[in-house]
Design a protein around this ligand. Structure first.
Ligand code: SF4
Ligand code: SF4
Length: 285
């Protein structure tokens, strides 16, 4: 089972939920930090790092000895990532989506692949909990290919918890696609509600069952709950605002380790998600 933990906006407590859920479920679970622009799961999990892989994506390189300047590569590229200018062909690697189209259509076989570094994947463990995260290279704009490579660490039959990036754009979709359940972490404020609606819209398009965790649930108003009711979204957990929890978070401490009673609450949260997924697979609503 793959659970993707997402939020329409940053700062809602998504990583708190992902890390505490993973630690509560313990040995045999994998936590994948797909927030590759700003990974922070490791700050809480503090894993022993076992290995690092450099991740590259294929981009075109043109052999001008073979090129006849026919222009077919530029015509097929939807991203203006390869352009014929005067007597030369210029690839713009930062714009390239590695689709391979230009290499396919080149009649002279003048285009070959070279690797452009996207970032690294680091993996390790802590007390039987497996940890993986991606770190996007500084200055790199193309995060979805690196996120997809982090996602590959979730093997069939395993329980994997994914900490998705905030927002509702391509990196988030890459983190949610193929998950069995999306847990949306929100807060009961007008901003929270606005971004929650966008996130729910994206999850619905993907056709994945989802539920909510309301963080800082005793601030703000009831509009998030009213929206959840109107959309049939189950509220699976509420975490009240507590200065002690906030202080503990700022020190990188785990809620479930500092206050063990939370461990059972996170286990209950998991079982509720499991039930919804099982119900969906058996044809329920
Ligand atoms: S690989 Fe695809 S995206 Fe990249 S330059 Fe070629 S056609 Fe464009
Ligand atoms: S398709 Fe090949 S031959 Fe034609 S312009 Fe591009 S690189 Fe040159």
């Amino acid at each position: 089972m793959i659970i993707s933990i997402a939020s329409g906006k940053g700062g809602t407590g998504k990583t708190t939920v992902a890390t505490n859920l993973a630690v509560s479920l313990g040995s045999g679970v994998k936590i994948l930090d797909c927030d590759v622009e700003e990974p922070n799961v490791h700050l809480f999990i503090q894993p022993v790092i076992e290995g690092v892989n450099t991740i590259t994506t294929p981009v075109p390189e043109v052999d001008m000895e073979k090129c006849t300047l026919c222009g077919k590569c530029g015509e097929i590229c939807q991203f203006k990532a390869i352009v014929v200018i005067g007597e030369t062909v210029l690839p713009f690697h930062e714009l390239c989506h590695s689709c391979g189209g230009c290499m396919e259509v080149c009649p002279e076989g003048a285009i070959s692949e070279v690797g452009r570094e996207l970032g690294v994947i680091e993996f390790g463990h802590r007390n039987g909990l497996q940890f993986v995260h991606g770190r996007l290279r500084v200055g790199e704009a193309m995060s979805p290919p690196l996120i997809r490579r982090v996602r590959e660490y979730a093997q069939p039959g395993e329980l994997a918890i994914i900490d998705a990036p905030p927002g509702t754009s391509c990196p988030v979709i890459a983190s949610m696609k193929g998950a069995d359940f999306v847990l949306l972490v929100t807060e009961p404020t007008p901003f929270g509600l606005h971004d929650l609606k966008l996130a729910v819209g994206a999850v619905k398009i993907l056709g994945i069952p989802c539920g909510l965790v309301i963080n800082r649930s005793d601030i703000g108003d009831d509009r998030v709950r009213e929206y959840a009711n109107s959309e049939g979204l189950p509220i699976l957990m509420e975490i009240p605002f507590d200065r002690k929890i906030a202080e503990s978070y700022s020190k990188g401490e785990m809620l479930v380790e500092k206050w063990p009673e939370w461990k059972e609450k996170f286990k209950d949260l998991f079982h509720r998600m499991e039930e919804i997924v099982a119900d969906r697979k058996s044809g329920g609503s």
